[in-house]
Design a protein around this ligand. Structure first.
Ligand code: NIG
Ligand code: FE
Length: 402
């Protein structure tokens, strides 16, 4: 098996619980897609066998970025809705009037799997050009068994055809489709039934729901979670985004991998997450784009020791961005995360929000997913915005060609 040496890097290992873990004049050995050794080049044993060597040109090198919350597979844009909101209409009012998520559902149902694949591929390539090596992709714009399956198959196909890890999340409990108007409990029955079939087809890695006034109630969310648990699938939740519904505490009782958004999360919610080891996924893109003013309880999360992840939440309604670096910048400017917290949020804690423990730090035994950046210090990753700072992306020990 080939042993590769990657040298001439300023490594940002994140390998201890605090601090960047910088190794200057750093080097890594990789073999079979894994990191074997990390350290200063001068400490590499003299007799170490090396089959190929790569010069990283003095770049800052971090773990590959993990975008742990996206809705990547859909058709149609929502720029007209954006204009309505700029004129004063609220996201909630537009949703209640049948727009919002439902308009993306109509466009997504009308699109073929091939068309959805090409649209999502383009978005994935843009994210990867900015360092993403692992991505979560939710369904939730099909809302029929056939259309949810269509979208989840697109996500699986992306993983087969691009060098990236994809984790799929079933989010049929995202909005009530028009054919179930006033029959939301019957819709939840259907959501649970479809899940069983999709799970047999191995299309689902986790299960999510939108627990909100314009989404589903606590009791309905609980029914979806019960079905997920009976199939052995982990859960996560869109929780307390627009109001305090108590979804976070419910999800924590189901040992959720993560609760996401959390602007309205209260102290009980924070405590529940801390007790069950649930990751808080903050989504500054949606906060920014909806011009929200209620901040998530960042200091309470820190004080309670809840791991904080951040993600793009890429979707056409609340976060139409393809820039993880912009999201890191927003996490700092809007939510007051430190640049180090932002990087941890988009690497190790993002991985944790997906239940992945083999990535997100540069250390022996971890996957060889890493990114070389055109900056001098990792704090610049959250500092520049709109700058193309990514020099090279490496996935499982192989340089990615875009
Ligand atoms: O994460 N809040 C629910 N889901 C998405 C938005 C979906 C949409 O508006 O299309 C979110 O913000
Ligand atoms: Fe979302």
């Amino acid at each position: 098996m080939t042993i590769a040496l990657w040298k001439n890097a300023r490594l940002v290992t994140l390998s201890s619980s605090t601090g960047w873990g910088i190794v200057d004049d750093g080097a890594m050995l990789t073999e079979r897609g894994m990191i074997r050794w990390v350290g200063a080049l001068g400490d590499l044993p003299q007799d170490q066998r090396v089959d190929e060597a790569h010069d990283l040109g003095g770049a800052v090198v971090t773990p590959g970025l993990v975008d742990c919350h996206t809705h990547l597979v859909y058709a149609g844009a929502r720029a007209a809705e954006f204009e309505l909101r700029l004129q004063g209409a609220s996201y909630e009012a537009i949703a209640r009037a049948g727009g919002g998520i439902r308009s993306t559902v109509a466009a997504t149902r009308a699109a073929s799997g091939e068309r959805l694949y090409l649209l999502a591929l383009d978005r994935l390539n843009a994210l990867q050009a900015e360092g993403v090596t692992t991505i979560e992709i939710k369904s939730g714009y099909g809302l029929t068994e056939r259309d949810e399956a269509k979208c989840l198959r697109v996500a699986r196909r992306l993983a087969r055809e691009r060098p990236v890890t994809v984790r799929t999340t079933y989010l049929a409990a995202h909005a009530l489709p028009p054919e179930f108007e006033h029959r939301d409990d019957a819709y939840i029955d259907a959501v649970c039934e479809w899940l069983t079939g999709l799970h047999v087809e191995r299309l689902v890695d986790a299960v999510d729901a939108f627990c909100e006034r314009i989404g589903f109630s606590l009791a309905q969310t609980q029914r979806v979670f019960d079905r997920a648990k009976s199939l052995g699938l982990p859960v996560k939740l869109h929780a307390e985004q627009l109001s305090d519904m108590g979804g976070t505490a419910l999800a924590a009782r189901y040992d959720a991998l993560s609760c996401d958004h959390l602007e309205y999360a209260n102290d009980d919610a924070v405590r529940a997450m801390a007790e069950r080891g649930t990751v808080a996924v903050l989504l500054p893109g949606a906060y920014y784009f909806l011009r929200e003013t209620k901040l998530p309880p960042v200091q309470a999360l820190r004080d309670a020791g809840v791991p904080i992840a951040i993600a793009t939440d890429h979707n056409p309604g609340t976060s139409p961005t393809l820039s993880p670096l912009l999201i890191m910048n927003m996490a700092c400017t809007l939510f007051r995360l430190t640049p180090e917290e932002a990087l941890r949020g988009m690497t190790m804690n993002g991985a944790r929000a997906l239940g992945l423990h083999d990535r997100g730090v540069l250390a022996p035994g971890m996957r060889a997913d890493f990114v070389a950046w055109d900056v001098e210090h990792p704090n610049e990753l959250a500092y520049w915005f709109g700058r193309r700072a990514c020099r090279q992306v490496v996935v499982a020990g192989h340089a990615v060609r875009s």
